[in-house]
Design a protein around this ligand. Structure first.
Ligand code: ATP
Length: 466
């Protein structure tokens, strides 16, 4: 079996739509930019990825706790965290066709086409304007070099609460889940018996008014994050070591839990301009998406910046008291933050396989990630005995595995359909089943069919899932 060349984004987008993983948002009304809906298979895959993340980083660890903070949050939180003023993308407008583009992406793409790898995120706005003007960079939509100067556009979504006229009831959809961990820090200390070092993790939606298009679910206005704030005492714990441990955990999750090929990963150190002023070190774990190596998972050492800022703004004591020395201090924090939608997109890209020999497209998902684990088919639809027996097999397997049923078309077409959905096992009930209680089980990747006794079927599938 040979791996086909990496799929294009068109391959992925069309399979995702064809088989019900991802649909364009608001499609029947002409679509809404940067929004996507997860279809019947997408929602299963996403749920499995999130469950794995939660099990790996929360449930199976005694030093981790979970949280589910509110999406709508006080304006004051975002003022303190710096998001109200500093959470902005540098944008330019084309004076000719009026399209708006992210300045850093415009410049980086320009240099990438010339074979140069230039990172400009975080540079001062006048400097970005200068680079665009001196290089006479052209608008990707109309081809004219006629841009405005670069301006900052805030990414937060305001929402109006209540109906009281004349009062400012502005709150915000959270721009990251992380702030919930800091604003609840005291509640967590007071309601649990945790000791440093410990982490708080959260899975949930975040919102950013982003405008970049054309990369499927890579960059959307509404997305799901899995963020961890790992609190520690900087006097007793070496942050550099902790940082490396977390980086290794992130890579391990991607390669071992999600089955992604390690050669498609790279770690990129943030430049000084790009790194937040309070962060001592930030790296991005990047995946080689069809549009190049891009951020999948960020890892940052945020010091005690956030707890300190919230303590100062609220006057609340957010310190931790060491139980042995009774010393009070603000813990420092390391933050691994991942986008679940990017994990899912990566999993789809990694699994996509054009099997040229058998002329089929296969999603070689790890069996534990596949939306359906087993498909059950009666060989033909018009034989009541076969149908009854196949339904009995389905109901035997359903309590143990995520199953699906198909009795349409011929067996070859059914296999083709299941291969594209990533279903690892197809069980066919045929005439021989009626005689000797055996069925065929077909392996998605090898297409090999094995005949098995019905009473051995569940055990066989179970062992393959490990
Ligand atoms: P980028 O540089 O790609 O805009 P970021 O550095 O702003 O990302 P973080 O604030 O570190 O991202 O968020 C943590 C993770 O959340 C990212 O690594 C990414 O996987 C995910 N993420 C951020 N913005 C988006 C988005 N607009 N759509 C989908 N996922 C996102």
């Amino acid at each position: 079996m040979t791996d086909s060349p990496s799929p294009s984004l068109v391959d992925i987008t069309s399979l995702a739509k064809r088989r019900g993983f991802i649909f364009p948002g608001s499609e029947i009304y002409g679509g809404l930019a940067n929004t996507w809906d997860y279809g019947p298979l997408g929602v299963e895959l996403k749920r499995k990825i999130k469950d794995l993340w939660w099990e790996t980083f929360i449930t199976r660890r005694s030093d981790m706790l979970g949280l589910d903070a509110s999406i709508i949050s006080s304006e004051k939180i975002w003022a303190t965290s710096g998001h109200l003023t500093g959470f902005a993308d540098a944008m330019v407008d084309c004076r000719t066709c009026h399209s708006r583009t992210r300045a850093d992406h415009l410049i980086e793409n320009y240099f990438e086409k010339k074979g140069e790898n230039k990172k400009v995120e975080g540079l001062p706005l006048p400097e970005l304007t200068k680079i665009i003007l001196t290089n006479k960079i052209k608008c990707p939509s109309c081809g004219e070099a006629n841009f405005t100067e670069v301006r900052a556009f805030n990414l937060l979504f305001p929402v109006q609460l209540g109906i009281l006229a004349g009062m400012d009831n502005t709150a915000y959809l959270r721009g990251e889940t992380a702030q919930g961990m800091f604003t609840n820090f005291k509640n967590i200390l007071d309601s649990t018996r945790v000791r440093l070092p410990f982490g708080v993790g959260q899975l949930g939606k975040s919102f950013r008014n982003e405008i970049t298009r054309g990369q499927l679910t890579f960059r959307t206005v509404e997305f799901e994050q899995g963020e961890i704030e790992y609190f520690f005492d900087p006097k007793t714990q070496n942050w550099e070591e902790l940082f490396e441990i977390w980086l290794a955990e992130m890579k391990h999750f991607v390669t071992d839990s999600l089955g992604v090929r390690a050669e498609n990963l790279q770690v990129r150190e943030h430049t000084d301009a790009e790194r937040s002023f309070y962060s001592k070190r930030t790296v991005d774990l990047e995946y080689n998406f069809p549009f190049g190596f891009k951020e999948l998972w960020g890892l940052a050492y945020r010091t005690d910046y956030d707890l300190k800022a919230h303590a100062e703004a609220t006057g609340k004591d957010l310190s931790y008291t060491d139980p042995t020395t009774e010393k009070k201090f603000l813990p420092h924090v390391i933050e691994p933050a991942v986008g679940i939608d990017r994990l899912l997109l990566m999993v789809l890209c990694n699994a996509y396989w054009h099997d040229e020999k058998n002329n089929r497209v296969v999603l070689k998902l790890l069996p534990k990630l596949a939306p359906y684990t087993v498909a059950v088919f009666p060989l033909v639809k018009n034989n009541p005995e076969l149908m009854d027996q196949a339904k009995a097999v389905l109901s035997d397997l359903s309590p143990h595995f995520h199953t699906t049923w198909d009795d349409r078309g011929n067996i070859g077409k059914r296999y083709y359909y299941q291969d594209e959905m990533g279903t690892p096992f197809c069980v066919t009930v045929d005439y021989q089943t009626l005689k000797d209680n055996t069925v065929t089980i077909r392996d998605r990747d090898t297409t090999k069919q094995t005949r098995l006794a019905l009473d051995k079927l569940a055990k066989y599938i179970q062992t393959q899932l490990k």
